[in-house]
Write a protein that binds this ligand. Structure first.
Ligand SMILES: N=CN[C@@H](CCC(=O)O)C(=O)O
Ligand SMILES: [Zn+2]
Length: 410
C-alpha cells in the first residue's frame, strides 16, 4: 500500500522516458503520482493503475485536472548577503558601467563590507525573506554561494547561514564556496596571495566543517585569471569537491573550457563562450547555466551561443543568480520568461532548465528534477491551461500547491 496517490493531474514529467511524443515536457495528460515515504513510487496514466486508487494508497488526493511539474530547481544564487546596491543601480543609470564601478572599489566589494558587518541572525533573516519568495513559486531545491565574505570567518558565516536556511525551511539547499569571487581590499594588488589564502586556509576550513557541496570562482577581468582559477580548482579536487565556474560573462577568457577540463558540474553566464569551449563542455557533461536576469539587469548585448549549445547537446539550465549587484531577483518564473524573450529558448527548454538540467548542474539529477520513480517526491501544482503559460506570463504566480518530500508544503 502506497502512502499517498495524487490523481487527475496533467503531468509535465520532464523525464526522457516520456519524451517520445516530442512535446519537450514528457507530458502525461491523465496522470497519477504515487508516493511512498519521501519518494515517488509510481508515475503514469490513471488507466494504467493496477487497481482503484483507494485500494492502492492510504491517502488519495485529487489534483483537480491541474498541471503538475517537478519541484523547481534554482541552481545558481547568492541569496545570503548584507545590504543592497540600489545606489550602484542609480550610478549605472547615470552612465557608469558594472565593471567601472567594480574597478573603483564598489560592486561586489561593497556587499562584502555589509556582509562582514552583519550578524549571522541578520543574514539569516534577510535571506529567509528572499528564499520564501522563491519557494512561493514552487522552488524546492536551491543552490546558495558564499563569496561576499572574502575572509575565512565571513565565508564560513555565510555558508553556516545557508545550512541553517535548510533546517528552517522545507527545501533542499546545496552550498557552494565562492571565496574567489573578488579581491578583498586588504589584498589590493596581491591577487596571488589572496588565492593562496583561499586554497590553503579558507577552503580547508570550509571542507573540514562540511560547509560546502561545491567550489566556484569568478574567472573574469574584474575577477581572477584562468591560472588563479585553476589553482582553486586543484585545491577543490584535493578535498573531492566538484567545481563550477562564473565563466565568460563579460569577456572570453576560455573559462567554460577550463570548467570542462576539470569536469565541472556547470559553467555559468557564458555570454562570450566560444564554440570550442562548448564542445569541451559537451564532452565533459558540463551544464550551461544561463542567467538571463543578470543579462537583462546589466543590459548586456552579447548573447550566449545558444545554437552551439543545442548543436553539441550541452544541457542548458536557467537560474535567478539572485544577488544584490547584477540580479536582485527572486522569481524563477520570470527567468523562464526572460530566457524565452532574450535568449529565444522555447518554454519547454526553459522548464527543463529549471527542473532536470538545474538538478544536473548541482549533481542531483538522480534525486530531483523530474517526475521519475525513485526520485524525491517534490512537485508543484499549477493553475494553468498549458505548460507554456509558466514562461508566458510576467509577474504572475499560478502556483496552486507544493509537495515537498511527499508532504503538502504549501
Ligand atoms: N559575476 C559575478 N558574481 C555575481 C554578481 C555579484 C555581484 O555583483 O554582487 C553574478 O553571478 O552575477
Ligand atoms: Zn553568480
Amino acid at each position: 500500500m502506497w502512502d499517498t496517490i495524487w490523481i487527475n493531474g496533467k503531468l509535465a514529467t520532464m523525464d526522457a522516458r516520456h519524451m517520445a511524443n516530442g512535446d519537450g515536457y514528457g507530458a502525461i495528460p491523465d496522470g497519477a503520482i504515487a508516493i511512498e515515504g519521501d519518494r515517488i513510487a509510481w508515475v503514469g496514466r490513471m488507466r494504467e493503475l493496477p487497481d482503484r486508487p483507494e485500494a492502492l494508497a492510504t491517502h488519495v488526493r485529487d489534483a483537480g485536472g491541474r498541471w503538475i511539474t517537478p519541484g523547481l530547481v534554482d541552481c545558481h544564487t547568492h541569496l545570503v548577503y548584507g545590504g543592497n546596491r540600489a545606489k550602484e543601480f542609480e550610478l549605472r543609470l547615470t552612465g557608469a558601467s558594472y565593471e567601472e564601478i567594480a574597478r573603483a572599489g564598489g560592486g561586489i566589494v561593497s556587499t562584502v563590507q555589509a556582509t562582514r558587518a552583519a550578524s549571522e541572525q541578520e543574514l539569516l533573516e534577510s535571506a529567509s525573506v528572499r528564499l520564501e519568495r522563491l519557494m512561493e513559486e514552487g522552488v524546492t531545491t536551491v543552490e546558495i554561494k558564499s563569496g561576499y565574505g572574502l575572509d575565512t570567518e565571513t565565508e564560513c558565516k555565510m555558508l553556516r547561514v545557508a545550512r541553517k536556511l535548510a533546517d528552517q525551511h522545507s527545501i533542499t539547499i546545496r552550498t557552494t564556496f565562492l571565496g574567489a569571487h573578488a579581491l578583498p581590499p586588504e589584498f589590493k594588488d596581491r591577487p596571488d596571495e589572496y588565492i593562496d589564502l583561499v586554497c590553503s586556509e579558507m577552503l580547508p576550513k570550509v571542507a573540514e566543517q562540511g560547509l560546502a557541496d561545491a567550489v566556484d570562482a569568478f574567472c573574469e577581468g574584474i575577477g581572477f585569471t584562468p591560472a588563479q582559477t585553476e589553482k582553486v580548482f586543484q585545491a577543490a579536487e584535493r578535498y573531492s569537491l566538484p567545481v563550477k565556474l562564473h565563466a565568460d560573462q563579460l569577456s572570453d577568457l576560455d573559462g567554460a573550457a577550463l570548467a570542462a577540463k576539470h569536469n565541472g558540474l556547470s559553467a555559468d553566464h557564458l555570454e562570450y563562450t566560444n564554440e570550442k569551449a562548448v564542445k569541451a563542455m559537451a564532452r565533459a557533461g558540463t551544464v550551461a547555466v544561463l542567467l538571463p536576469g543578470a543579462f537583462y539587469f546589466l543590459r548586456e548585448t552579447k548573447m550566449p551561443p545558444m545554437e552551439a549549445f543545442r548543436e553539441h547537446g550541452v544541457p542548458i539550465a536557467l537560474a535567478t543568480d539572485s544577488n544584490p549587484g547584477s540580479a536582485p531577483v527572486t522569481s524563477l518564473l520570470l527567468m523562464m520568461n526572460m530566457a524565452c524573450t532574450l535568449f529565444r529558448m522555447t518554454p519547454a527548454e526553459a522548464l527543463a532548465g529549471i527542473t532536470i538540467h538545474g538538478a544536473r548542474a548541482l549533481g542531483l539529477a538522480d534525486r530531483v528534477g523530474s517526475l521519475t520513480v525513485g526520485k524525491r517526491a517534490d512537485f508543484v501544482l499549477w493553475d494553468i491551461e498549458e505548460p507554456a503559460e509558466l514562461a508566458y506570463r510576467i509577474g504572475h504566480n499560478p502556483c496552486a500547491g507544493v509537495i515537498r518530500s511527499g508532504h503538502i508544503a504549501r
